[in-house]
Design a protein around this ligand. Structure first.
Ligand code: HXC
Length: 283
């Protein structure tokens, strides 16, 4: 499958195979390309995970695929599509906190705890400001920003209990202003601010809060929409490291931020974009 991690992630990578043994992750947007691969990395390293999504088919399929990578995969897959390690929770809209609270309760019922939270659910489209309705702006801000708030809020008791960590999936649009992205830029600026505030406020409870800001990641829906007719060569030439990012690049940073190697790291935005945002480039 494209954009999927293989066994080499553990065999050839820098991480210990049992790094996240006994840990549980709660991931919104886990059926999307980036968050699915973030979840794969955690599961490959021994974590259990609940994937929370709106679309039933996509969420179930992602859970099924990720569970195939699990070192503790149960071959009978008896009581859920994700087998022993991955739980699919679908028909959840992150704009509705009650639905997230139910998803948290199901995760704790199934796996006993939540240690890591990825707030990754996002919605986006290209729209000139002149044609962006107030409702369209509100829809994206509600999914990306309110949805991130709701996710953190619904997981707070578990994060406190387990001295857990939250990772928000942000972007780089708001560092330099990208045309036709006023809605998502505003929302993601809010996500960074939310994460910083939580890092300061919840640090005393042992909770860490960080953001990851992906750049141009190959094979994602967002990038194919944003880049339009611009050639791959033209895009590559605008990236200081001269290549597209990969979902693995995001997964590696995710593992680092949840690992003990980052136990003194909170309130940061980790930009994983090959240095592109320094140029303020857009397509
Ligand atoms: C202009 C649009 C539009 C478009 C929807 N709207 N699509 N306006 N251009 N392409 C307007 C609608 O007309 C409506 O306004 C309002 O937005 C709400 O639309 P709904 O369809 O009712 O909302 P909803 O069902 O909640 O859908 C949310 C969504 C949708 C964000 C609009 O696109 C979505 O669910 N997307 C999820 C999948 C997705 O976007 N994945 C990419 C994530 S990538 P009116 O005024 O008519 O009522 C990512 C990283 C960044 O986020 C990548 C860069 C592209």
């Amino acid at each position: 499958m494209p954009n999927s991690l293989g066994d080499s992630f553990v065999k050839d990578g820098p991480w210990k195979a049992d790094l996240f043994q006994g840990k549980v992750a709660f991931v919104t947007g886990g059926a999307g390309t980036i968050c699915r691969v973030q979840t794969e990395a955690l599961v490959l390293l021994g974590c259990k995970a609940a994937i929370v999504g709106r679309n039933p088919e996509k969420t179930l399929e992602a859970a099924r695929e990720i569970s195939k990578l699990s070192p503790r995969r149960d071959s009978t897959e008896n009581d859920s599509v994700g087998g022993d390690s991955v739980l699919a929770i679908h028909s959840v809209d992150v704009r509705e906190i009650g639905q997230l609270e139910q998803a948290v309760a199901r995760t704790v019922e199934r796996f006993g705890r939540i240690d890591f939270v990825i707030a990754g659910a996002a919605g986006n489209f290209i729209a000139p400001f002149s044609q962006l309705s107030a409702n369209a702006f509100k829809s994206v801000v509600s999914i990306d920003l309110l949805g991130s708030f709701n996710t953190a809020k619904a997981c707070l008791a578990e994060l406190k209990k387990n001295k857990g960590a939250i990772l928000f999936v942000s972007a780089t649009f708001h560092y330099y202003g990208v045309p036709f992205q006023s809605h998502v830029g505003a929302a993601k600026a809010g996500v960074d601010a939310l994460s910083n505030a939580l890092a300061v406020e919840l640090g005393v409870s042992g909770i860490r809060s960080n953001c990851i800001a992906p750049g141009v990641i190959e094979g994602t829906e967002g990038v194919s929409r944003l880049t339009g007719n611009v050639s791959e060569e033209q895009i590559r030439s605008k990236i200081p490291l001269q290549r597209f990012g990969t979902t693995r690049d995001i997964a590696e940073t995710t593992v680092y931020l949840f690992s003990d190697a980052a136990k003194y790291v909170t309130g940061t935005v980790h930009i994983v974009d090959g240095g592109m945002w320094h140029l303020g480039t857009h397509f």
